[in-house]
Design a protein around this ligand. Structure first.
Ligand SMILES: C[S@@+](CC[C@H](N)C(=O)[O-])C[C@H]1O[C@@H](n2cnc3c(N)ncnc32)[C@H](O)[C@@H]1O
Length: 291
């Protein structure tokens, strides 16, 4: 009689199918993510308890399908249609950047500095909405708004805000057309701005994984080599008009431009400038205060 497959058997099959495609550590982490999702476990470390459970037909079908897509290099977050960000579940789509761990670190910094704030906060280039939604969830008294140039990304961000029960005002706008009346339909200014804008130089593409290049939107990632800080300059110009005096600004940045970002902010008269490294020891985020 044929022996029933267990979850452990599925893990072995997936591992042997994909071991030539992904490095061992990445593969083990992918397998955990997949199993957590298909067994609907709340916590990944509970997984070992389920390994000897019988795999049902649906588990087998899902694993086969996911393995096929992983073999083609599709990011796991897009295959599953969601990812974890901070303590939230965020839906993903090819229209928006998959939220990154570095960005969670940026959000964590903001939440700890802004605890209890009633500030009006604007997230520029919101993508999936991950930054804005995490801020709105954790800074209950803040008023959070977010903009993006992409209608598709905004549709996803609105859906994510709804699923996570956060009340955010979203706006479609091109930051390079700001300031303009449609950019800012309500009057008033912000006390906090945040942005993780496109910051990877075209020349850095060759070092990037095909996963990212083929499956994530280029408009969310790349800037020219000639003007790599173009978004930051533009956002600081926006800040001239719409960030309050002594208002705070946080940016996620390209690790190669920590010093240049400090100079840019100093030239604009900003003070209390703090550059921070991410978990991989790369200059990744910066905070400053408007004069
Ligand atoms: C690096 S992604 C960041 C997404 C999200 N905030 C995150 O941290 O995961 C940059 C975002 O900026 C948006 N963007 C690009 N050009 C823009 C522009 N000119 N005006 C407004 N948003 C823009 C892109 O659509 C994209 O969603």
């Amino acid at each position: 009689m044929k022996k029933d497959k267990t979850i452990r058997d599925l893990v072995h099959e997936m591992h042997s199918e994909l071991r030539d495609v992904y490095p061992e550590r990445e593969l083990n982490s992918l397998i955990k993510i997949v199993l957590t999702a298909i067994t609907h476990l709340k916590k990944r470390h509970h997984l070992h308890i389920y390994q000897d459970q019988k795999a049902d037909a649906e588990h087998i079908r899902q694993i086969k399908d996911i393995t096929k897509q992983l073999k083609l290099g599709k990011p796991i977050q897009q295959i599953l249609g969601e990812t974890k960000f901070y303590d939230l579940t965020i839906k993903t789509s090819p229209a928006a950047l998959i939220p990154r761990q570095e960005t969670e670190e940026l959000v964590d910094w903001m939440i700890s500095d802004l605890k209890g704030t009633r500030a009006r906060i604007l997230d520029i280039g919101t993508g999936t909405g991950c930054i804005a939604i995490a801020l709105a969830r954790h800074l209950k008294n803040a008023q959070v708004e977010a903009l993006d140039i992409s209608q598709e990304a905004l549709k996803l961000a609105r859906e994510n805000a709804r699923l996570n029960g956060s009340n955010i005002r979203f706006l479609q706008a091109d930051i390079f057309k700001a300031p303009s009346p449609e950019m800012h339909p309500t009057s008033g200014t912000y006390q906090v701005l945040v942005s993780n804008p496109p910051y990877i130089r075209e020349s850095e593409k060759i070092r990037m994984h095909p996963n990212v290049l083929e499956h994530e939107p280029g408009e969310a990632l790349f800037v020219s080599d000639e003007e790599p800080l173009i978004f930051y300059r533009q956002i600081l110009e926006f800040a001239d008009h719409y960030l309050d005096q002594a208002g705070l600004i946080w940016f996620e940045i390209n690790e190669a431009f920590g010093k240049k970002m400090i100079s840019l902010l100093e030239d604009k008269g900003y003070h209390n400038i703090h550059l921070r490294k991410d978990i991989n020891d790369k200059d990744r985020m910066i905070k400053a205060q408007k004069p």
